[in-house]
Design a protein around this ligand. Structure first.
Ligand code: AHR
Length: 524
């Protein structure tokens, strides 16, 4: 990362250089060097009971005319399978701290309320078994968030026993009667959500006493998850960079450092949305270059946050046993006009594609500490992968970035150096390009390059050491305008196109379109 920042500083000093010279960016990839593994779990998703995220987005019910498997939409499942979604966080968010799992199992499902999100009726027709069926259909792992705010340790402990025990207990028999005799596999457990705010407005001392109780008694009994593949527990961490969050995060990590055998957790969560102004949120479409550049500047604050909390965690956990889990992140805009403001409905434009690549690259640069992340949220809510309207479905620009990044899942980070250059609009200056490289398990080298500049193409000259490149092929994502979107009427305005390059004098030369995200694999 340091290399990137230094390069950026250098180019600011040389901004007076002729424009044509600044349009060429030399990228050097040393394929003989290896960094940390880019954990596939940083490509995780988040599905809260919020608006049409679950109901309509995933669940239409078995009697729906929309093609479905046991009530879960087939089109959505097929689209998500292509992303190789590693994990899905559920049922919230703020919703999780008011969720009582027993209302979502068995034949009788009482209607309850969803006070956080529009005060609407929660039908509970999508509950534990339906979520785990969905997870299985898309091939992901379950990340359950248990109710610490208004639930009890006993309620959470019984949920986990119901889900995971192989012994013939009353709860296991109830699970079998509800259609699943075998224990479920639960890979991740979140102990509370934003407990400093919507999760109960707790002090850190109060939260720590809860964390100790929940982490001791909420056990996973699945025999297949005892020695290997143990369930990882994630504690509530900071929600930004303010002093109160520093204090919170330090206190939680201090408790981990001084833990006894009865306390353990494996992740500290970080929530950070790109917003600019919470009271006057930006629109998700119909914006100009001023808002484009301002929003991307704000999203790059993720780098500072991740660095800061990684450094802090190094003090208490130099061996990096505890992961920084960015389990809520993404663009948060004003609700679309005419939508229920409690449903957090927004469009998804090319700007969001660029924003996604910039954040995924930040996580990849910190892959030694950031081993999990969950974009908010998967369908129809905030920065979604997918939008649905009754039987219609559309894939967003963000979806396509996730698809293009699939080769980076569990790949090994490879250092890249480049002069980022500068893109300036008004008083905002951003690095013009960003890039990461990684080697997949088969040894193939992948390179991602983002051209943030909405006006100028960039000629990229890639020098590779450690391998002899012959050519490169891949995909590039751009669109006519920074706020181009995919709509139900025009679903392919922002869609990846093939791109390729041949080696010239041992170097690969690629021309990247303005405002584009490009992923290529290098052929040797
Ligand atoms: O993602 C929407 C909400 O944002 C979540 O429920 C909450 O955890 C966060 O404040």
């Amino acid at each position: 990362m340091r290399v990137r920042l230094i390069s950026f500083a250098l180019i600011i000093v040389t901004l007076a250089a002729p424009l044509a010279a600044a349009q060429k960016v030399e990228v050097t990839v040393d394929a003989s060097k290896a960094g940390a593994k880019i954990d596939r779990n940083i490509f995780g998703q988040f599905a809260e009971h919020l608006g049409h995220g679950v109901y309509e987005g995933i669940w239409v019910g078995p009697r729906s005319p929309i093609p479905n498997t046991r009530g879960i939409r087939n089109d959505v499942v097929a689209a998500l399978k292509a992303l190789k979604v590693p994990n899905v966080r559920w049922p919230g968010g703020c919703f999780a701290d008011e969720y009582h799992w027993r209302k979502g199992i068995g034949p009788e499902r009482p209607e309850t309320l969803n006070p956080n999100w529009g005060g609407v009726i929660e039908p509970n027709t999508f509950g534990t078994h339906e979520f785990l069926d969905f997870i299985e259909q898309i091939g992901a792992e379950a990340y359950l968030s248990v109710n610490v705010g208004s639930g009890t340790p006993q309620e959470a402990a019984e949920w986990l026993e119901y889900l995971t025990t192989a012994q013939p207990t009353a709860l296991a028999k109830e699970r079998a009667a509800n259609g699943h005799p075998a224990p479920y596999r639960i890979a991740f457990l979140g102990i509370g959500n934003e407990s400093w705010d919507c999760g109960g407005n707790m002090t850190v001392d109060y939260y720590l006493s809860q964390l100790k109780i929940y982490s001791r008694f909420v056990r996973n009994f699945n025999p297949a998850q005892q020695d290997k593949q143990q369930m990882l527990k994630i504690a509530v961490g900071p929600g930004g960079g303010e002093p109160r969050f520093n204090e919170w995060a330090e206190a939680v990590m201090k408790a981990w450092q001084h833990r006894q055998w009865s306390l353990d957790f494996n992740g500290l969560s970080l929530h950070s949305y790109t917003v600019v102004n919470w009271d006057k949120k930006f629109a998700s479409t119909g914006f100009g270059e001023a808002e484009y550049s301002q929003f991307l500047k704000a999203t790059l604050e993720m780098e500072g946050l991740v660095s800061k909390y990684s450094d802090m965690m190094d003090k208490y956990d130099p061996q990096k046993k505890v992961a920084l889990v960015v389990d809520e992140w993404g663009a948060w805009y004003a609700p679309l006009p005419g939508s229920n403001p409690g449903f957090l409905v927004q469009q998804n434009s090319l700007r969001d594609a660029i924003l996604t690549a910039l954040n995924l690259n930040i996580f990849a640069h910190h892959a030694d500490r950031v081993r999990m992340a969950n974009i908010a949220q998967m369908i129809n809510v905030l920065q979604a992968m997918i939008l649905t309207d009754k039987e219609k479905m559309v894939l967003t620009p963000t979806y396509y970035v996730y698809k293009m990044y699939v080769p980076f899942q569990d790949a090994t980070f490879v250092p890249v150096t480049f002069n980022a250059g500068a893109y300036t609009h008004g008083d905002i200056t951003l690095p013009r390009v960003d890039a990461i490289a990684a080697k997949d398990k088969a040894g193939k080298l992948w390179l991602e390059i983002t051209n943030v500049d909405p006006n100028q193409a960039v000629e990229i000259e890639v020098s590779l050491s450690g391998i002899t490149a012959k050519s490169a092929t891949g995909e590039t994502l751009t669109a006519p305008k920074i706020d181009s979107v995919n709509s139900f009427d025009a679903p392919n305005t922002v869609a990846p196109k093939p791109i390729s390059a041949k080696a010239q004098g041992g170097k690969l030369v690629l021309k990247l379109e303005p405002k584009s995200v490009t992923v290529i694999s290098i052929e040797q």
